[in-house]
Design a protein around this ligand. Structure first.
Ligand SMILES: *Cc1c(COP(=O)(O)O)cnc(C)c1O
Length: 381
C-alpha cells in the first residue's frame, strides 16, 4: 500500500511549492545584476521580518555557523559569558565559547525547564564582568521557550557591557521576534527550520551596541567575518560564493511569511502548538517541557513504551517525528509545527498518533485527542 512520508521533524521541515520551484531553476551567476537585485530584495525582507533597518547578514552554512560568527566577531579571549544551558543547543553555545577560550559561566538547567528568574538575578549580581549572555529563545532539543526579554531587561539594568546573544533558529518565523524592541544584540537563525528551506543558509542580525565590539574583538575569523561581509552585503554581494539557490528560495519563503503577516504567523503557531499539547495530554501523555515552545512539542512516551518504537510505528503509517537526544533518547518524541504547517496538519498527526499508540499496546479511545484539537482549532477558523 502507498504510505506517504510526512515530515514532522523540527528541522528539516517540509518545503512550500513556491520554494521547491525556486530551487528547481537553472542556477544564475552571482556576480550579476540579476543576483544582486534578488539579494537586496531578500535583505530588505529579512529586515522587515525582524523590524530593523540594520544589517541582517547571510552566510552559506548551517545554523551553527552563525552561532560561531556571533562569538568570534563580538567577543575576545578571556571574556566572561553566561550560558543558559538547558539542552543540546545550550551545550553548543558553551562548547563554541570554550573552544575560543572565553570564560564560561555555565548555568545548567534540567532538560525541560527554563531558567529561574531569581537565580538569574543572583548570577548577574555575582558576576558583573559578564560580557555576554548566550541563550536559545526556543531550545529545540527540549521544546522549551526561554524568556529573552526578561534576560535583556535585567542584563541592561545590572551589567555594564553585556550583549544578549540569541539563538533564534526555531523562534524566528514562529514568534514575532523584533530584536530592537526586545533588546537582543545578536540574533541568529538558519534556513531549515521556520524559514521553510533546505539547510545551508544562516542569518545574523547585530545591534548598534554589538557593532562597537567588531573593532576590539581579537578572536580569529576568516569565513565568518562580519565586518567584511557587512560591506559587501550592503551592496548586494557576498565576500565568497553565496548559497545562490537558497537565497532565491528565501525570497519566496519570505513572501509567504510577510504575506501572511507576522501577527497571523505567530497566532497560527500558537494555536497549532496549543492543539498538539492539549491533544496529547488528553491521551494521558505528559509534556516534556514546563515552558513549552510553539515551534515543536516534546512528549514523554507512556510508561513502559519506548518512544523510538512508537516513532517506528508512526513512520509505518506515514509520520516522521523526531526523538530525544542523550538521556532523553527512547523516552520522548517531538512533533514539529514550525513553518509550512497548518491546522489540519495537526489534526492529521494527532489522528496518526492515536493509531500508533493503540498499535503499540497503549489503550486509546479513538477520536479523543483529535476532538480536543478540533475544539481548539475551531476557535480560530
Ligand atoms: C537546528 C538548531 C540549531 C542549528 O543546527 P544546525 O544543524 O547547525 O543547523 C541551533 N540551535 C537550535 C535551537 C536549533 O534548533
Amino acid at each position: 500500500m502507498l504510505i506517504k512520508e510526512r515530515l514532522f521533524t523540527p528541522g528539516p521541515v517540509p518545503l512550500p511549492p513556491q520554494v521547491i520551484k525556486a530551487l528547481g531553476q537553472q542556477i544564475i551567476h552571482h556576480r550579476t545584476p540579476e543576483f544582486t537585485n534578488a539579494f537586496l530584495q531578500v535583505r530588505e525582507k529579512l529586515q522587515k521580518l525582524l523590524k530593523t533597518k540594520r544589517d541582517v547578514l547571510m552566510f552559506a552554512s548551517s545554523g551553527t555557523g552563525a552561532m560561531e560568527a556571533s562569538i568570534v566577531n563580538f567577543f575576545s579571549e578571556e571574556d566572561t559569558v553566561l550560558v543558559i544551558n538547558a539542552g543540546k543547543f545550550g551545550q553548543r553555545w558553551r562548547e563554541i565559547a570554550k573552544r575560543y577560550n572565553l570564560k564560561v559561566i555555565d548555568y545548567e538547567i534540567p532538560w525541560g525547564k527554563t531558567y529561574d528568574k531569581e537565580k538569574l538575578i543572583e548570577i548577574l549580581g555575582k558576576y558583573p564582568q559578564i560580557k555576554g549572555i548566550l541563550v536559545q529563545q526556543s531550545e529545540t532539543s527540549t521544546t522549551t521557550y526561554h524568556d529573552v526579554k526578561f534576560l535583556a531587561e535585567k542584563a541592561n539594568e545590572m551589567l555594564e557591557d553585556c550583549l544578549i546573544v540569541v539563538d533564534g533558529i526555531t523562534s524566528v518565523g514562529v514568534y514575532e521576534v523584533y530584536p530592537e524592541e526586545v533588546g537582543i544584540d545578536i540574533l541568529v537563525t538558519g534556513s531549515q527550520k521556520a524559514l521553510m528551506l533546505p539547510p545551508g543558509l544562516s542569518i545574523l542580525y547585530y545591534s548598534e551596541k554589538a557593532e562597537k565590539r567588531l573593532d576590539t574583538s581579537n578572536l580569529p575569523k576568516y569565513y565568518f567575518d562580519v565586518k567584511a561581509e557587512s560591506k559587501k552585503q550592503a551592496k548586494g554581494q557576498t565576500a565568497y560564493t553565496p548559497a545562490i539557490n537558497l537565497i532565491l528560495a528565501l525570497n519566496e519563503s519570505l513572501n509567504l511569511i510577510l504575506d501572511e503577516g507576522l501577527e497571523n504567523l505567530a497566532k497560527r503557531h500558537e494555536v497549532m502548538a496549543k492543539a498538539t499539547r492539549e491533544a496529547v495530554q488528553e491521551l494521558g501523555l505528559k509534556l516534556l517541557s514546563e515552558s513549552p515552545a510553539n515551534s515543536a512539542t516534546g512528549v514523554y512516551a507512556p510508561e513502559g513504551i519506548n518512544a523510538d518504537d512508537l516513532r517506528k510505528q508512526l513512520l509505518k503509517i506515514g509520520f516522521r517525528v523526531a526523538g530525544g537526544q542523550d538521556h532523553l533518547k527512547g523516552k520522548i518524541f517531538r512533533i514539529a509545527h514550525m513553518g509550512y504547517f497548518d491546522f489540519m496538519d495537526m489534526i492529521q498527526v494527532i489522528a496518526g498518533l492515536e493509531i500508533a499508540l493503540q498499535k503499540i499496546g497503549y489503550p486509546v479511545e479513538f477520536g479523543k485527542a483529535v476532538s480536543k484539537a478540533q475544539e481548539i482549532i475551531r476557535e480560530v477558523l
